[in-house]
Design a protein around this ligand. Structure first.
Ligand code: ATP
Ligand code: MG
Length: 447
């Protein structure tokens, strides 16, 4: 490994200095070392020390100290408004439940602490004066873009099944390969994922989906994905027998995932959009068809997302996108405005992006023109937004209060009139100007 130095942010350096001044060892450790060595800005800086939790608290007397997980040896110290996690060197006890150690023991050995960590690239520590501490050769694996377990992969996954998805997640996010022995153990022990909570699986899978190499990782470890989402398995190898499609449904799905911007809602929608296809397949002399598959996909997506216990907001939006993904668009500005009115601007843009990803993942024959058409629609939407075009009630130049003031009776009539105004503004027969709208109301609402 060539010479390098990591400069932690000032508050983190303060934490290291204070622990060292009190006679303890202290290092930055884990993800921040990995990311700093890859020239990527770490999003949090974890510290590890041989000071026991109580000693950490004493060392930072006068600071705001949060006893985050005292029994596991984690204390959070707030320095200059930055929360810094400091964890005592520890050895994990037996993992009876394949997820969490029954007990932890504190240790004076940094190497022991690094040995309990999941992957070599996550098992490095660094101190500005002492340099890199890397007993498991994480820096070499980082250089070779490799995810490899610390120790025997089989044992490490047996201890904590979540590491199976973490390995795939890091491979996807960092665009790393998985070491063959680690990969074999992932496949052999995928059943351990049944011990892991839905929320944890959802978190890891969402990060994996948003990673650069999601398509490759989910191709290589399709069977692991099907262990947590069995609803997806029927797509695997399902021949579409249709000239628009070069790929089987699963391959097409992963290509659509990769073609979406790396954002959870879109990538989940892409993953689930065609789950209904294997269940709706029919064939005639023109080839395979999947009539009504979007509605069936939405039903399957409901089950899958519920099983993942994903939050309500994502659940609702992903379902909406899956349900509407196959909507035929003739692409006029008017139609687009109606779409925005119906589902909102953000969802409409997501639907167009999903549509673009979907056609990007289709056979080459019509792909270029379909992508072009998708881009055109996205352009029209951007222009409407730029022009602040009125596409929702709240953008109207009058409000319900104005209608009441003009004598429209409270209740249904107000909503009806507002909707009529919006229709008229959207189709261009009225300008979205207060005076014009008020005049229209007065004309229409003769007492
Ligand atoms: P990021 O925060 O970018 O997702 P990270 O490597 O910091 O990546 P965290 O989940 O924040 O990941 O965990 C911090 C460190 O704790 C890891 O780098 C790893 O050393 C260790 N670690 C986390 N989870 C596990 C686990 N399930 N098994 C073993 N070690 C783990
Ligand atoms: Mg982290």
């Amino acid at each position: 490994m060539t010479q390098f130095s990591i400069t932690p942010p000032a508050p983190v350096q303060t934490a290291l200095d204070m622990l060292c001044a009190a006679g303890f060892e202290a290092y930055i450790v884990g993800g921040c070392v990995r990311d700093a060595l890859r020239d990527t800005a770490p999003h949090d800086w974890d510290c590890t020390t041989n000071a026991k939790p109580q000693e950490i608290c004493e060392c930072f007397r006068g600071f705001h100290v949060i006893e985050t997980g005292l029994q596991h040896g984690t204390v959070t110290v707030v320095i200059e408004h930055n929360p810094i996690e400091i964890t005592t060197f520890r050895i994990d006890g037996v993992y009876a439940d394949h997820r969490r150690p029954d007990s932890v023991t504190f240790t004076d050995s940094l190497t022991d602490d690094l040995a309990r960590r999941d992957f070599t690239v996550n098992a490095m520590a660094y101190h500005p004066a002492r340099g890199l501490i890397d007993p498991f050769h994480g820096a070499d694996d980082l250089q070779c873009s490799l995810i490899r377990c610390v120790g025997d992969p089989k044992d490490r996954f047996d201890e904590d099944g979540l590491r199976i998805l973490r390995a795939m997640r890091f491979a996807s996010v960092l665009d790393f390969a998985v070491d063959p022995q680690t990969a074999d153990a992932i496949r052999a022990q995928k059943h351990l994922l049944h011990h892991i909570s839905a929320e944890r699986i959802d978190t890891e899978l969402t990060k994996l989906l948003c990673g650069t190499a999601a398509e490759r990782v989910l191709t290589d470890f399709a069977d692991v994905l099907f262990t947590v989402l069995p609803e997806l398995e029927p797509m695997h190898g399902f021949d579409q027998r249709n000239p628009h499609h070069d790929y089987d449904v699963y391959t097409h799905t992963l290509k659509a995932v990769a073609a979406c911007p790396p954002e959870p809602v879109l990538r989940w929608a892409a993953l689930l959009h065609d789950t209904g296809k294997p269940h709706t397949f029919t064939e005639d002399e023109r080839g395979g068809h999947f009539y009504g598959h979007a509605a069936v996909s939405a039903e399957i997506a409901k089950r899958a997302l519920k099983a993942m216990k994903c939050d309500r907001k994502r659940y609702d939006r992903v379902l909406l996108l899956v349900e509407k993904h196959d909507m035929v668009m003739n692409g006029t500005e008017k139609q687009l405005k109606r779409l925005v009115r119906q589902i909102g601007e953000e969802a409409a843009e997501q639907l167009l992006l999903l549509h673009k990803a979907d056609v990007t993942a289709q056979a080459a024959c019509h792909r270029a023109e379909r992508i072009e058409e998708s881009d055109r629609l996205l352009g029209v939407l951007a222009a409407l937004r730029e022009a602040d075009a009125c596409m929702s009630l709240k953008q109207l130049a009058v409000s319900g209060g104005d209608l009441l003031a003009l004598g429209i009776p409270q209740g249904k009539a107000v909503g009806q009139m507002l909707n009529r105004l919006l229709e008229a503004v959207m189709d261009g027969s009225l300008p979205n100007e207060r005076d014009a709208l008020l005049a229209y109301i007065q004309r229409e609402h003769e007492p």
